[in-house]
Design a binder for this molecule. Sequence first.
Ligand code: AMP
Ligand code: MG
Length: 409
Amino acid sequence: MPMIEPKDAIAQILANTTVLETELRSLEETAGSVLAEDIVSRHPMPPFDNSAMDGYAVRAADIADATEATPVSLKLIDEQPAGRATDVAVGPGTAIKIMTGAPVPAGADTVVQVELTTEQDGTVDIQAAKKAGRNIRLAGEEMAAGTTAVPTGTTIDHVVIGVLASLGYAQVSVYRRPRIAVIGTGSELVPVEAELSPGKIRDSNSYALTAQAKAIGAEAVRMGVAVDTREETTKMVRAALQQADIVVTSGGVSVGEYDFVKDVIEELGGKLHFWGVRQKPGKPLAFWTIGDKLVFGLPGNPVASLLCFEEYVRPAALSMMGREKLFRPKVAAALTHDFKKKAGRHHFVGALVERTETGYKWTANGRQGSAMLRSITGVDGVAVIPTDVTEMKAGERTVVQLVTLPEDH
Ligand code: AMP
Ligand code: MG
């Protein structure tokens, strides 16, 4: 199978990705999900005229001549705290003490904030005139009943959750988030808590990829590690397929003697779309579909694995959950040093990005190596150096993806 270009790889993946069905989710579980219904206000917002200040509800006409030197004295006839509505009305020469958020009593048309008053013995001295309507938040001034407050397709964040709560939506319809099962493969791998013995290394991919899946808001399941036998690999992939929308394997997808992942997934009905992408790291990346399920065979080298998740699995998972923006912001950034590579593959390089007055700059994060997680620790960018480029001088620009920022296109 010929190597394909990174842009064709992502295009093929997205062409085979469908948005998941909708589900009702409780408000508190919706941050990061995409709304699948218009949120319409069921009542005016605010629902009633209310005070924007702690102070006194009065008639503007009564205090038209009030100044600090010549205050107007009004008789206090009631108190109006937030949370209940008095049935006493403000008449000429009277005032009702009122708190922020409390309904404006009948008869009052303005509120004087407490700072412009003095109260004693059942009367209040008002020290400034206020026009009618001051310090009153009118019913419906934010929106009338029936207004679309948040349109379908919006990604729910904390602000939207606040709007939903204020409008009484305890449950909302959202696109289901994908369940992602993560499998490590390799007889050399031991779990994090194990001591190393000769020839063994610790599995890092299954933990790191699961965290990457969780960071999307997907439901992530770390299946564990399959040793390099056909039987074990089959067993674990089958179990993953039973529960997940996306299966991610790492390792075992190259051309080694014990690389069973490809055979196994094809035996389980996987339709191969590509195997081999013109990129470094991550050349052995493979992609299959089984019905609506996506299966990604990520390379075993840790940097390649995480990079391929970022570049290919993440956009697909976001698309499944109804997101329209799938890709991180891209900027043109100037190299701070010379850079050499071989022609023949696009290079993705972990970049430390700096924003200066004259634009973005980037620096490779030390020695690069697809087995060295250190080379991408703390990076905030992935620089993309095209396949035919072999040499770059300090000051030349490349595209850098800002991988710590939310998707913008
Ligand atoms: P493979 O593609 O299976 O040949 O693996 C390529 C390299 O990645 C080998 O050096 C493996 O030991 C390493 N590797 C594979 N899977 C993992 C993993 N889950 N955690 C850490 N290293 C891994
Ligand atoms: Mg292996």
